[in-house]
Design a protein around this ligand. Structure first.
Ligand SMILES: [Zn+2]
Length: 686
């Protein structure tokens, strides 16, 4: 259900933005549609993707280091280059361009100060290692564990479930009372990304497990600890026990299973073994009345391990993770060992990325909104924001009309859907109020300390939120990110500035093109708030299903027809799209396209927009839609996508047009054309 958070980008650009940065492809620089990328030898009704994008597919090679390529990927490369330039520029003139650019610049420069970093070796870690050495009893252990809790997970918006600390904290609106913030506690404690890495028994799994054990030993040796192999064995065995308490990724995604409110006073009884009073006091959570426990069984299991495993083992475990976590900010041997396992062994990366690129990423991680402010100042003028916001108003209005006209939804549910539309916040470009980094100390000669202070600063900011009312307009994605996110507990959407760019959006082009581009993306995301996923959260963001079983049955019936439509596509010989796997996203594509078309017409006084570049307004709308889904895959990537991706490949997302009557009119598509569907066969759920 959390595909809400992944947004539609995940389907194409992949999630590993870091390895895709700084490519050389250029985003289109001209205003208007990219007509040279069409293939006019194809009839639009036979293959609308080939008609609109055929020449692009023929003339655009997939870069050697990629398995697929797309409009999204090209735009992400552009945003990364811009972000990198802004950060490096800030780093090149100490204190020169104002206090914020100075902080960004100092963070970057500190990471780039290799000479200073080498000279300091592992010494920045000394205070932490001393503190671990001083742990003498279970209460002191609990206090240490509580003190290292950080706000480093986000299960619902950005679907980040991993932390190598024993637990992870997420501060977010309360499931039952979304006007207040609640503390959510998640399972953690593993160095590898998921419990399956520990529990897998295939050869590949066993190989990686052996490599991880070797990595743990190597880190102990680098840190100057004797008896490294024995320590590594103990630490690995402890993590294996922790992994066995964890629930699966699939279970973590079922938000209703996370709805477990535990009074703070009940932890000792429900999850004995960890001195919870000491833990919460050290974590700064002692004043909290209750905590939402996302993974109750793992919480019970992990707390029991704290008591049942020897204190000395726990201390080794803490030493290893302190060294391991700090490694990217320490001297060369630590950096190289970190890459050897987390880069090479775990992800198959061949070469470590250049230091300046890592510095850019680390700066972006730590000071995201501050970098975002610089990004917006240069690349997202107020006029662009105003234009996009006007589009949002028209698309929301289109949804309102569509909900009114829905035959399958019961009147009571329809009223609730409209209430949800009334309270929806759609953030465009960047937040109304920027995050305040006041109090964060960034030093130009302390890369390690900068990172520690930044994480602690984020954690304290999260704790401070616990005492404040929820701000539904709070952003959860930085403006320089090419993506979009649905925030169900805030009933809100964020569309960052970096995705509001060509070919998705251009304030200097016409409504037809913009609505066919980013307008469809906006409509797609809005529709997720009202589908089977969105039905779990009401107008205030409360976790409360507002659909009747009757609504659900009707929705399913219509949805089944769309699933069949996609099942019929065969991207590789013998391999079909899985209509069920991709259903939610395909539904959102149909809804988004329909609502955006209405919005575009509304922006033109209810009529067709003017012709331009030789194409009518309606034609431009659909051509623009096809342009944003330009994409090419290597066969292996296409194969993997068909098996696991909740989004259909770009080409088939373009075929969404078959369900809209307006597309048939715009291109005069008649029976006999390959994409033709008889009116009764077209699926329109919203
Ligand atoms: Zn989606």
């Amino acid at each position: 259900m959390n595909t809400l958070g992944i947004a539609l980008l995940a389907g194409l650009a992949g999630s590993t933005l870091a390895v895709t940065l700084y490519g050389a492809a250029a985003a289109p620089t001209e205003h208007g549609l990219d007509l040279a990328e069409m293939d006019r030898s194809v009839r639009p009704g036979d293959d609308f993707f080939a008609f609109a994008d055929g020449n692009w597919v023929k003339t655009t090679p997939i870069p050697a280091d990629r398995s697929s390529y797309s409009s999204f990927a090209i735009l992400a490369e552009q945003a990364s280059r811009r972000t990198a330039d802004l950060i490096r520029e800030a780093g090149s003139k100490p204190g020169g361009a104002g206090p914020e650019a100075a902080m960004v610049g100092d963070y970057y420069a500190a990471f780039m100060d290799e000479k200073g970093i080498e000279a300091r070796g592992a010494s920045p870690l000394k205070p932490e290692l001393d503190a671990i050495a001083a742990i003498a009893d279970p209460t002191a252990l609990a206090r240490y564990l509580g003190g290292e809790l950080r706000a480093d997970v986000d299960p619902l918006n950005n679907t980040n479930f991993h932390t190598d600390r024993l637990f992870g904290l997420w501060v977010s609106p309360d499931f039952d009372d979304p006007a207040r913030n609640e503390a959510y506690l998640l399972q953690g404690g593993l160095g590898m990304p998921d419990r399956d890495y520990y529990l897998g028994t295939a050869e590949r799994d066993r190989d990686l497990q052996a490599r991880y054990r070797a990595h743990i030993a190597a880190v102990f040796t680098l840190g100057g600890f004797g008896d490294a192999a024995a320590r590594a064995a103990r630490v690995y065995d402890l993590e294996l026990l922790i992994a066995k308490t964890h629930v699966s990724r699939a279970d973590s995604l079922e938000v209703e299973k996370a709805h477990n409110r535990w009074p703070l006073s009940s932890f000792a009884e429900r999850a004995p073994g960890l001195d919870w009073q000491a833990y919460f006091a050290a974590a700064g959570l002692a004043a909290q009345k209750d905590v939402m426990v996302w993974h109750p069984s793992a919480t019970v299991g992990i707390a029991a391990l704290v008591a049942s495993q020897p204190l000395a083992t726990w201390k080794d475990y803490l030493v290893f993770h302190a060294l391991d976590r700090g490694s990217p900010f320490l001297s060369r041997p630590f950096v190289d060992e970190h890459f050897a396992f987390y880069g090479k062994a775990l992800t198959g990366a061949v070469e470590q990325r250049e230091r300046w690129k890592r510095a850019v990423d680390r700066t972006n991680d730590a000071l995201g909104e501050m970098v975002g402010k610089l990004y917006v100042a240069r690349y997202f003028p107020p006029q662009a924001k105003a234009t996009a916001e006007a589009m949002v108003r028209n698309i929301i209005e289109a949804f309102r009309h569509r909900i009114d006209a829905l035959a399958w939804m019961t009147p009571a549910t329809r009223a609730k859907a409209k209430a949800k539309l009334d309270t929806l916040y759609v953030g465009i470009g960047y937040p109304d109020t920027w995050r305040d980094y006041k109090g964060l100390v960034v030093k130009r000669d302390d890369a390690f300390g900068n990172r520690e202070r930044s994480e602690l600063f984020d954690y304290r900011a999260a704790l401070a939120d616990l005492g404040r009312p929820v701000d539904p307009k709070r952003w959860r994605m930085t403006p320089q990110t090419v993506n979009a996110v649905n925030l169900p507990l805030q009933n809100a959407l964020n569309f960052p500035a970096a995705i509001l760019d060509r070919p998705f959006f251009d304030a200097a082009t016409d409504a037809a093109q913009n609505y066919g581009g980013i307008g469809v993306v906006i409509g797609h995301e809005i529709s997720h708030s009202f589908d089977d996923q969105g039905s779990l959260f009401d107008a205030q963001g409360r976790l409360a299903n507002w659909w009747t079983p009757e609504d659900f049955a009707h929705f399913r019936a219509a949805a089944d027809r769309l699933a069949k439509q996609y099942d019929a596509y065969e991207p590789l010989p013998g391999e079909h799209i899985n209509g069920k796997l991709t259903l939610s996203e395909n539904l959102a594509d149909v809804a988004g396209l329909a609502a955006a078309f209405d919005g575009y017409r509304a922006a033109n006084g209810g009529k067709e927009g003017p012709a331009a570049q030789g194409w009518s307004g309606d034609q431009r709308f659909f051509l623009s839609f096809a342009q944003i889904w330009r994409s090419a895959y290597r066969p292996q990537a296409l194969h993997a996508s068909l098996l696991t991706n909740g989004h259909a490949p770009g080409q088939y997302r373009v075929y969404t047009v078959r369900n809209l009557d307006a597309w048939y009119r715009a291109f005069d598509v008649q029976p006999g054309a390959k994409l033709y569907l008889a009116p009764a066969g077209r699926v329109l759920i919203w």
